[in-house]
Design a protein around this ligand. Sequence first.
Ligand code: FAQ
Length: 325
Amino acid sequence: MYAQMVKSEATNDDPALLAAFQARIDAGEKIEPKDWMPQGYRKTLIRQIGQHAHSEIVGQLPEGNWITRAPTLERKAILLAKVQDEAGHGLYLYCAAETLGVSRDELTEMLLDGRMKYSSIFNYPTLTWADIGAVGWLVDGAAIMNQVPLQRTSFGPYSRAMIRICKEESFHQRQGYDIMMKMAQGTEAQKRMAQDALNRFWYPSLMMFGPSDAESVHSAQSMAWKIKIDSNDGLRQKFVDQTVPQAKYLGLTIPDDNLTWNEDKQGWDFSEPDWTEFFNVLKGNGPCNHERMEARNKAWDDGAWVRDGLLAHAEKKRAARVAAE
Ligand code: FAQ
C-alpha cells in the first residue's frame, strides 16, 4: 500500500499541487492522512515518526534493566510505570505512522534490517542507579525540549500523539530529577555516583538533538514543511540554558570547562559534543548498539507465534464470513 501511495504521489508532484500544499502549511493548517501530500513529505514523516517510535521502544531497555534493582518499592513502582509509558508512546507513534500507509510490521522490519534508526542516546549503558536519575532528568528533559514544539507539527496525527506524550514526559523528567536530588543530597559516595552519571550522560544528551544545523540534511525542508518547528542547534541551546541552573541547584558540575554565560545572547556558551563519536554510534558502533538490536530481534522472533495466531484467526473469520454470504 505504501509503495502504491508513493508511486501515485510521484506522478502527482506537480508545481500547482505543491504550491497549494505549501500554502496550507504556511497558513498553519494541519495535514490529515487522506489529504494530498508530496511524496517527500510522506517519506520524511515516516522516517521521523518511525525513528521516534523505535526510540521509545528501544528506550525501554536501559531503564527496564533497573526495574528489579530499584532501591525501594516506591522507586520500583514509579520506574515500572515510566517504562510502560514509553511502550505506550511507541504505540501512539506507530499508529500515527500507520496513517501514512506503512504498517507497524514494515516499520519494525526496517529497523531490524538497518534501514531505520533509533535515537543514539539508547546506545549508552545505564551502569548505576544514578544513571536512571540522569536518564529521567537529561534524556527525558531533552526529549521534552524537542517534543513540546512538535505538538505544533503540521501532520495532524503526529501532533496529537505529541500532546499526549508530552504530558507523560514531564512526569518522567521530574522523577529523574527527584532521584538526582536524593543522590546529590546523600552520602559522599551517592554524590559521586550522581556526578559520574552526569559526566557520562551530558554529551550523549546533547547529541539527541541531531547534528549541527550546518550538517543537518533534513532541517531546511522539514522546517519549511513545519514537520520540524525548531532547528537542532536552537533546541540544543535551549536545553543547555534550562539544564545548567538545574545542575547548579543539585550542586553538580556540568563536565564542560568552556561553559560560560554569554550576556549578549543571554544564554550559555558550551562545548559541542564529539560529532565523530555521534556518527560512529549512528553507524552501529556505540557501546550498546549490538545488545539493543539483539533484544529487538529476539522480541520480534519470540512474538512470531502471536502474529501467526492473529493472522490465522483473522483468516478463519474471513472464511466464515465468506461462507455465510
Ligand atoms: N539519533 O538531518 P538531521 C525519547 C539522524 S524519544 C539517531 O538533523 P532530522 C523518549 C537523522 O535521522 C527520542 N539518529 O535529521 C524517551 C538523519 O538520518 P538519515 C527520540 C539521528 O530528522 C526518553 C541524520 O541523522 N526523539 O528519548 C539523531 O531532521 C527516555 C541527519 O540528521 C525523536 O525521535 C539521533 N539523535 O532531525 C524514551 C524526536 N539525530 O536521514 C525512553 C523526533 C539525527 O541520514 C526513555 N525527531 N539523526 O538516515 C526529531 O525531532 C528529528 O528527527 C531529530 C533529527 C531532531 C532527532
